[in-house]
Design a protein around this ligand. Structure first.
Ligand SMILES: C[S@@+](CC[C@H](N)C(=O)[O-])C[C@H]1O[C@@H](n2cnc3c(N)ncnc32)[C@H](O)[C@@H]1O
Length: 213
């Protein structure tokens, strides 16, 4: 699918394919390009011990995508200020390999709860602040969330693990990318096709955590 297609093409496709949000196609594209979530069992690769963390998970498309791909193996922990949508999950959010906590990912008690569920092989963060329309304020809040996610990744990702975080462009994001490059074998920015044309969001990826916890 190409980026010039209307944004609601993605939303309609998400509904059709049983996801509560179009954002699933951003993760799907990054997964296909950077191999973030292991292949399903039988297709040569799901590691039973694979554990992932989804920060800013509601309404739940990234979590659903991950759980569907893991097909009952592995484990996913997720957190959001808002509850997950139960419209499409068909019981997956009740499974033993899933844990969700409703709360603020910047709050120490939520961080502690999530850290206790680790260590993880993948930490992903699609959290976004409620936008105010003031780009300076919005980018600063986005940066704070991304820094929280990176702190969390630093303390919970096992060696070789991967990190994905959404960031609003325009703020002082260079230091964040530099820190990612220091913690991972490689760090880069990537803008999936499903990001709306006018959107100033981009994803930073850290691939291959370079040290033991
Ligand atoms: C774009 S949505 C995430 C969509 C999700 N990846 C999906 O596929 O369904 C951004 C989410 O970030 C969450 N969020 C923003 N600030 C947060 C915070 N401090 N703690 C937890 N969640 C937060 C919002 O509640 C919102 O649900």
């Amino acid at each position: 699918m190409r980026s010039y297609e209307k944004p609601d093409t993605w939303s309609l496709r998400a509904q059709r394919e049983g996801y509560p949000a179009r954002s699933v196609y951003k993760l799907k594209e990054m997964d296909e390009k950077f191999r973030l979530v292991p292949s399903p069992a039988g297709a040569g690769g799901t590691k039973p011990g694979f554990r992932a963390l989804d920060l800013g998970a509601a309404p739940g498309s990234w979590s659903l995508y991950t759980l569907r791909k893991l097909a009952g193996t592995g484990f996913l922990a997720a957190a959001d200020l808002s509850p997950l949508s139960r419209r499409y999950d068909r019981g997956l959010f009740d499974g033993e390999n899933f844990f969700f906590v409703q709360g603020d990912i910047t709050a120490p008690e939520i961080r502690k709860t999530l850290e206790e569920k680790g260590p993880y092989r993948l930490v992903m963060c699609d959290a976004a602040p409620l936008t105010t329309g003031n780009r300076q304020v919005d980018t600063l809040r986005s940066l704070e969330l991304a820094e929280t996610a990176l702190d969390c990744a630093e303390s919970t990702l096992e060696k070789g693990g991967n990190f994905v975080v959404k960031i609003f462009q325009g703020g002082d994001t260079a230091a964040l990318l530099a820190k990612i490059r220091g913690l991972f074998d490689s760090g880069r920015a990537f803008k999936p096709a499903a990001c709306r044309g006018e959107s100033f969001e981009v994803y930073y990826l850290g691939l291959g955590r370079n040290s033991q916890l």
